[in-house]
Design a protein around this ligand. Sequence first.
Ligand SMILES: [Zn+2]
Length: 302
Amino acid sequence: MVSTRSQGAQSNKSDMQPPTKRVRMANSDVEVAKQPAGEPGLRERLLSLPVELFGEVCSYLDAIDLRHLSFTDETFWSVLVSAKSDPIWRQAFKQTVPSMPECPETMSGSSYARFMLAECCMICQVKTWRLSVDYFHRVRYCDACYQSNIISKNAVLKLYPDFPPKFFKYLSSDAVGSSGASLGSVHSAKRKNQPKYLKATVAGVYELWESLSKTPSSPELANARLIERLENYANNRIKSGLTMRHWQLVASNRKSAQLAKIRNQRRAMIFAKLSELGYNHRDFPGWHSEVYSPVALTEEGS
Ligand SMILES: [Zn+2]
């Protein structure tokens, strides 16, 4: 059975958050045969499958469809954000067109999907145009979640007054890698020129530094090793962040081109039909939303 209890949940807090809003599945228009009364429906039958078979079914989905599935129902959500579903996500990323950059080892598949594919906040799922995307920290946050999880340098020093200043340059989204590359600021003019730090990362680094400082043998050597780790961390974040950003740009351009194609086909079909009925363009407003909507006409409509 596909059980949420037996699979355990990810430690990532955002994975614990059920979707507040259901998203329509891509194929929800498909006509489904009516289920005889008392018989389990498709959803129930899918959820009653052994987890291996459920995984097999999901292996045919690309990451976009899998994300839609996870948003349709709280049970699917619980199953698909659990650690056992990670291989399913990783397989799905490879099937997405264009195929996605590999999911980082340190990130769960469902978190990566929400970062790369969702058009809503990764934590609270709110849909807003004011989302801040940070490829260094790998987050996509609404204003409220941003305020709670991303902090300034002053805020870091308030929390940890003895935080070593030399660490800052490796932990901000403005970090510059050894190759000279940088990801730059998040997509918000308001927050430009303010280095940003992920609260959880800063806490982890501080904790590690504190424990290393107590190393009886050679605290200096331990600290030098920590600096080396931070350098690797920043280089890795910048390199993978650039790849992720490029992929999203390509995917976004591809989607825009597809929508434009659908919109143009729809407009051409509608105008052809109107011409056939004896009307011409002057009889209709030039930018009517019904004509220019990026939705293909159904067989009935055409
Ligand atoms: Zn949020």
